[in-house]
Design a protein. Structure first.
Lengths: 177, 914
């Protein structure tokens, strides 16, 4: 009996540790997903891209193939913005990135340029986490400061893409360090 | 009572103010309430807006959970002072940010927050705060809440400010209201006041013609109009009243006029009636005269014929004629009396009369009838009856004679008694006369009829007793006129009793009583010899009342017996003695020397007077008392006088036999030829020559031409009547010594007086009594010589003087009516005794009794001769007293009073005789 118990416990602990490790990643993704959602709340896509009255789904594209889409999907499962259900898709450069409403370039994407060039002048909200992203006219730069996630916004880039960012969001944006 | 009258002014004022105040207060309150609501509303709105703004701006903040920014957002609430606390919550009910106004408390606890998290915006309110909660949506997702809390401080502040403003405005408005109300109330009260003052003007000035013109408000105008109408009515009423008064006055004037007219008419009618009445009176008087004159002639000529007749048969016839004539005259008199009484023309002639003289006259008239029937006549006068009474002596006589005549008529035997008594009730005395008889009496039926005119008991009685039948009715009427009532009490077979009382003013105090009562001590003892019981008892009573001691005797022998037993001073012997003749008795008594000092008086009716007098002269001295005896005074005097010794006489008694000297010229003045004839017939033996005149004027003419010895003057004549003629004779012709005898139809004493006043010596009534005329004539004849020689300037007769205490008639008659002599004697008396009134008193003071006695005795004699009766009576009394050496002071006073009175009365006479 004791042995079983011990075994179970060790399983549990290892699961926990694993999950913790897994959880930590998971958790980070969840938070990011939340931010993506939140940011989207304050962005306005042109009507050609996202009809105000319709209910076609919004496409959140995640670049890379790290398996993040599953976590993101889970995090954004039931959420919708203005009746638009959020769909998550992992994308590569080869994909038609212009169909995305939002393009998320996680940290591991070292060269955001090609992604950015692919959606330039397309109403796609680009959210990155690298400096390079921000330098290369990425629209919203997510960074951590003091253990908190902050974001900086390149308003012109958004404007060029035909996206309108709400003042409140802009107000909340920080300057990147 | 309302103590403090409410003025409409003040009331209006008050009302307006009250209304304004209330309205303003209500408005104010409403406004405040409204403001409260509004402020709350504002607060709510404000919170709503702010919450909305914050909610809209807080989406990103809440989404990203940016606390700092959240706080920044809430910080903008500081600009709203109301907000004291605010919370920003995320969808996990976590406070993202809060705001708290510095200085305020946290209004709620954390636990209570849950209530605010509603789906919809909502507000809630507590005392301390107003909370507003609003959910924040982002893309149709509720992401959080914002809750705002506001306190009421600002609310109250604002509210208070509003309230103050309101209050201020109200006060201001009230002032305005005050002012306006003051002005407005004037608008109302002014017309009312003006109306009131108008009314008081009208009432004070009583001017109802004023009208008011009040143009103000409908109601007040109504009132004013009503006033005007009222005034109109009053004015009309007053006008009507004035008009009515005026009319009334007019009517009253008219009435006065009418009354005046009527009065005038009535006066005229009355004058006409009076004239008619006077005419009737004159007619009656003339009738009386006219009827009497021929009747007079008839009677006299018949008498003359009777006198001249020698045939007994003729005498019988003439007697019958005479009787009828007498009856006719009596009837005529009665008729005239009755008609005069009934026509109220009977006037009573009230004079001061001597009752006793009246009675004497009546006795004289009726004595023959009494004696004829052998009836006793007793006159019983009570002591309280005054001697002098004011009455119509003629009428009283008429009544008494009528009643006594009836009594005699209807009494066969017994006595007739006349009782006179007096009773005094204060100032109203009355004298009662009762005539009672022992006659046939009357039954009740007869009694009721006897006073009727022309009814005697029955026809048989008329035949048996005669009479006119008018007597009793006249008597009854006369008595009624004199103020009494003639009553009768009678039963068949028991005689009758007629009585009446007359109210009489006692004319003079009866001083005789004093003498009588005083002399009681000196009254003599008397025997009354009288067979008739009633008369005897009457006399006894009379004498006893005088104070005499009396005894009665019914027969002469009884008298003699009495005389033998006692000593008497007086003897009164009646002629009616059954056993012995009165004269014989007297002779018998006189032969007795013991009875020599007795005074004897023979009592008999006047028919026997002559016989007694003759007896006295021829046989032995006796006095004569005329029956019926009723006068106490006379009796007393008689008794006392007879006690005197011989008195000194001033004048000699004159007792030669009467002669009948002839008169030469006699003037007869009468408007009737018959009357003149009559008189000439009567006097044909005594007169040499007659002259006639038909009226006064003719008489005067004759008197101027001829020397006349005597004038017989009728009174009623045309042209100049007897009075005027006599006056003229005396004054104009100065024939003061000429004897003028008047002849009048009227027997009243006033007529006689008139005659004397005119200057006549004597008066005869028609129809002229022959004997009377002859008697007067004789008297005049006796004194004629004196008349002829003396020629006196002063022609006033004694009757013109007032001589109290002097019995002028008696004195004159004593002197055979020699007035001049009488006057002379009176003057002599006056001269003798003037100033000697107190002489007696002086004698008495000196206790000079003898001198007083002698003086009084002398005076008494003189007064007796001169008929100065008052002094005489006093002297009589005093003399007795003086004899007893004690004088009663009252008598003395009375004596002096009488003497003084007489002397004063004579003074006038003496002066005129100078």
């Amino acid at each position: 009996m004791r042995f079983l118990q011990l075994l179970t416990k060790s399983v549990f602990i290892s699961a926990l540790l694993l999950s913790q490790g897994w959880a930590i990643d998971h958790r980070e993704l969840t938070i990011k997903a939340a931010y993506l959602f939140r940011l989207s709340l304050f962005v306005e896509w042109p009507p050609s891209k996202l009809s105000p009255t319709g209910s076609e789904p919004m496409l959140f594209c995640v670049a890379g193939n790290q398996g993040m889409s599953e976590a993101l999907k889970t995090a954004l499962a039931d959420k919708s913005i203005n009746q638009h259900k959020i769909e998550v898709a992992e994308v590569q450069l080869r994909n038609d990135l212009s169909a995305c409403h939002l393009l998320y370039l996680p940290r591991h994407i070292q060269t955001p340029k090609p992604f950015l060039q692919a959606v330039v002048s397309h109403p796609v909200l680009t959210v990155g986490e690298t400096e390079a992203f921000y330098r290369q006219d990425g629209m919203i730069y997510l960074y951590t400061k003091e253990n908190r996630i902050r974001f900086a916004i390149n308003e012109q880039a958004a404007k060029k893409a035909g996206l309108e960012l709400r003042a409140q969001l802009l107000h909340l944006a920080d300057q990147p360090p | 009572m309302i103590q403090n009258k409410r003025s409409i002014k003040n009331w209006l004022f008050f009302v307006i103010m009250l209304t304004s105040t209330i309205v303003l207060l209500i408005a104010g309150l409403l406004f405040i309430t409204f403001r409260m609501v509004q402020l709350k509303q504002d607060m709510n709105n404000s919170l709503t807006i702010q919450a909305g703004v914050i909610a809209d701006n807080a989406q990103a903040v809440i989404v990203f959970g940016d606390k700092d920014e959240a706080n920044n957002l809430l910080a903008s609430l500081k600009y709203d002072p109301q907000v004291i606390y605010a919370l920003l919550l995320n969808d996990e009910k976590q406070i993202l940010a809060h705001y708290q106004r510095p200085g305020s408390d946290v209004p709620i606890t954390t636990e209570a927050i849950g209530e605010f998290l509603t789906e919809n915006p909502a507000s809630s309110e507590t005392e301390r705060y107003l909370a507003y909660t609003r959910p924040i949506y982002s893309h149709a997702n509720k992401i959080g809440h914002v809750i705002l809390f506001a306190d009421f401080s600002r609310y109250w502040q604002l509210l208070t400010r509003s309230a103050l403003v309101v209050a201020f405005v109200i006060v201001l408005a009230l002032f305005v209201a005050l002012f306006l109300s003051y002005i407005l109330q004037k608008l109302i009260s002014k017309p009312i006041e003006s109306l009131a003052s108008f009314v008081s003007t009208v009432t004070e000035g009583q001017n109802y013609e004023l009208r008011t013109e009040n143009k103000s408000y409908a109601e007040i105008e109504q009132l004013a109009t009503a006033f005007n109408q009222l005034l109109e009515q009053i004015h009309r009423a007053i006008s009507a009243r004035d008009h009515a008064q005026h009319q009334l006055r007019t009517y009253s004037f008219q009435l006065e006029d009418l009354v005046y007219q009527r009065t005038r008419q009535l006066e005229e009618a009355k004058e006409a009636a009076e004239a008619s009445s006077r005419a009737k009176s004159a007619f009656l008087a003339n009738m009386s005269h006219e009827i009497r004159t021929p009747m007079n002639a008839i009677v006299v000529f018949t008498k003359l014929a009777l006198n001249a007749s020698e045939s007994p048969h003729q005498q019988q016839q003439l007697k019958r004629a005479l009787e009828s004539a007498d009856l006719l005259l009596a009837l005529i008199d009665d008729l005239l009396d009755i008609s005069r009484i009934d026509a109220n023309k009977m006037e009573l002639d009230y004079q001061n009369c001597n009752l006793f003289e009246i009675l004497t006259s009546i006795v004289q008239m009726l004595t023959a009838k009494f004696v004829e029937k052998g009836l006793e006549f007793i006159i019983d006068i009570s002591e309280t009856v005054p001697r002098f009474i004011e009455t119509d002596s003629l009428r009283l006589k008429q009544v008494l004679i009528n009643l006594l005549t009836n009594a005699i008529k209807f009494t066969e035997a017994g006595q007739i008694r006349l009782t006179i008594s007096a009773s005094a009730m204060g100032s109203a005395a009355q004298v009662t006369f009762v005539i009672s008889d022992t006659g046939i009496g009357m039954d009740r039926e007869t009694i009721t009829r006897i006073f009727e005119v022309f009814s005697q008991a029955d026809v048989s009685i008329t035949r048996k007793y005669g009479g006119t039948g008018l007597g009793l009715s006249i008597s009854k009427k006369l008595v009624a006129l004199m103020g009494g009532n003639l009553n009768v009490d009678s039963h068949p077979g028991q005689g009758s009793r007629f009585s009446f009382s007359l109210p009489i003013k006692s004319a003079l105090p009866d001083y005789d009583d004093a003498i009588i009562s005083r002399s009681a001590a000196s009254m003599p003892a008397v025997i009354v010899v009288e067979s008739r019981q009633q008369s005897r008892e009457h006399l006894l009573k009379l004498l006893q009342s005088l104070g005499c001691s009396v005894d009665g005797a019914a027969t002469g022998n009884e008298a003699l017996a009495l005389l033998a037993q006692r000593h008497y001073r007086h003897l009164l012997i009646s002629r009616n003695l059954p056993d012995i003749d009165a004269f014989a008795l007297v002779r018998q008594i006189r032969t007795d020397p013991q009875l020599s000092d007795i005074s004897i008086s023979l009592m008999d009716s006047l028919l026997g007077e002559q016989a007694v007098k003759q007896f006295s002269e021829t046989v032995t001295q006796v006095d004569y008392l005329k029956t019926p005896i009723f006068d106490r005074t006379l009796l007393c005097r008689h008794l006392l006088q007879n006690q005197q010794e011989t008195e000194p006489q001033i004048l000699p008694h004159f007792s030669p036999p009467p002669q009948t000297p002839k008169l030469f010229n006699v003037l007869i003045v009468d408007d009737y030829y018959i009357n003149r004839l009559l008189i000439m017939d009567i006097l044909q033996d005594q007169v040499e020559h007659f002259l006639e005149a038909g009226n006064g004027r003719e008489a005067l003419e004759i008197l101027q031409k001829e020397k006349i010895d005597l004038v017989l003057m009728d009174i009623q004549m045309p042209e100049m009547d007897g009075f005027e003629a006599t006056r003229q004779i005396r004054r104009q012709l100065h024939l003061t010594a000429l004897p003028i005898i008047g002849m009048t139809a009227f027997a009243a004493e006033s007529d006689c007086r008139q005659c004397y006043q005119a200057g006549m010596n004597d008066v005869l009534t028609k129809p002229v009594d022959i004997d009377q005329l002859k008697k007067i004539f004789d008297q005049l004849g006796k004194g004629r010589t004196k008349f002829a020689t003396e020629d006196h300037a002063a022609g006033l007769t004694l009757s013109n003087y007032r001589l109290p205490g002097i019995d002028v008639e008696s004195g004159l008659s004593r002197l055979r009516n020699d007035e001049e002599k009488y006057k002379k004697l009176l003057v002599l008396f006056y001269k003798s005794y003037q100033g000697k009134e107190s002489l007696l008193e002086d004698h008495l003071e000196q206790k000079n009794w003898t001198a007083a006695e002698v003086w009084v005795h002398a005076l008494k004699g003189i007064c007796a001769n001169l008929s100065i009766s008052s002094v005489n009576d006093s002297c009589v009394a005093l003399y007795e007293q003086l004899k007893n050496r004690s004088v009663n002071q009252q008598d003395l006073r009375q004596f002096k009073h009488h003497l003084t009175e007489v002397i004063m009365g004579l003074q006038q006479l003496a002066e005129s005789e100078q």
